[in-house]
Design a binder for this molecule. Structure first.
Ligand SMILES: [Zn+2]
Length: 342
């Protein structure tokens, strides 16, 4: 499946080329035109079948969180900083692929035998951690991983029953949904697909993509937080695995357009497609940048719930994935100019 290829590809913010190549190979035969813009967004166009056609933007970001090498010490260890949000608790002992050659690296960690009392409860800041690639000197480390080299979680995609696990499901899940939509029948409207760059560092690619596309409305496709795991269960979860696609009504970047939310829930209710609302107020997506483009764009986010995002291995339900594709396809086939009437 396309999600496997997308998840195994590496594309930390600012270096999305490998992911773009996977996407392009998957969609090339199914779109009328495509181009790569100045920042690296892949913009693909699929003409609609209707008259007086709407311009609809579907966006999914190609980038993932990771590390960047910022210094080398005299013994050959790499100093790194995070690109995008990574919980520092996830770093000690984590395995990374460093640089385009995928040099194996491990974030150094003191064995439990040597911990002083109370030391085990403390969280190490990234400034005090080092990535070990087995280099013996500063010069060797510099040669193997010069300043600015990226490092990505070293995780292989795999199947776990009716779920799959892998890295970067935020947002390769959204990219995979968008690929599936492009591979299907044409819609009545003109579909402008934007596989965006640099979402994790401030929705940057989406900002310029939305300006160029000038859409009548937009959907951001995402892999979002599912926190239905036992330890987190006290409050209502943000989203839950297996409960269907998550529709955002409000997050920190955008208040979703009510007309588009109604379009989605209307199609879901009519066809009995399960869905859930993401708990309002959490996170942000490309929709945040897109809805403020030009004179404003009605926008909404639809996401596949994923456990453990921004970590070494996320987990999603294939049923949720299929239902997200189906909900999007059905909702989009009901989208007309009247949907957007105030
Ligand atoms: Zn995301």
């Amino acid at each position: 499946m396309i999600l496997e290829k997308l998840s195994n590809a590496i594309g930390i913010s600012g270096d999305e080329g490998d992911v773009r190549a996977v996407v392009l190979e998957a969609i090339r035969e199914h779109v009328d035109e495509f181009k790569v813009d100045t920042l690296g967004n892949l913009l693909a166009f699929k003409r609609g079948t209707g008259r007086n056609r709407l311009r609809v933007m579907l966006a999914a970001h190609m980038d993932e969180v990771g590390l960047m090498v910022v210094d080398h010490d005299k013994d050959g260890f790499l100093q790194a900083r995070t690109v995008g949000g990574i919980d520092p608790r996830l770093l000690p002992g984590a395995l990374f692929h460093v640089g385009p050659g995928r040099i194996p690296g491990v974030v150094g960690v003191k064995p439990i035998h040597l911990l002083k009392e109370g030391e085990g409860e403390k969280v190490s800041k990234i400034e005090s951690l080092a990535v070990d690639i087995g280099a013996k000197s500063k010069d060797e480390a510099k040669k193997l991983a010069p300043l600015g080299t990226y490092a990505a979680f070293a995780t292989q995609f795999r199947e776990l029953g009716t779920t799959v696990s892998g890295k970067a499901f935020d947002d390769r899940a959204g990219c995979a949904v968008l690929v599936e939509l492009l591979r299907g029948e044409r819609f009545r409207f003109d579909l402008h697909a934007a596989f965006t760059v640099q979402e994790e560092v401030g929705l940057r690619g989406a900002q310029v993509a939305a300006y160029a596309i000038e859409p009548d409305c937009a959907f951001a496709l995402e892999g979002t937080i599912a926190d239905d795991t036992p330890k987190e269960k006290e409050g209502s979860p943000t989203t839950e695995l297996g409960q269907g696609p998550a529709i955002t009504v409000m997050d920190r970047s955008v208040i979703s357009d009510r007309r588009l939310v109604r379009l989605l829930t209307g199609a879901a209710d009519e066809l009995d497609i399960p869905y859930q609302f993401k708990q309002p107020g959490i996170g942000g997506t490309d929709a945040g940048a897109i809805h403020l483009a030009r004179e404003g764009v009605p926008a909404v986010t639809v996401a596949v719930p994923c456990r453990y995002i921004h970590g070494p291995a996320a987990l999603l339900s294939l049923k949720d994935f299929d239902n997200t594709v189906r909900l999007m396809r059905e909702s989009l086939s009901r989208l007309t100019r009247r949907t957007l009437k105030l």
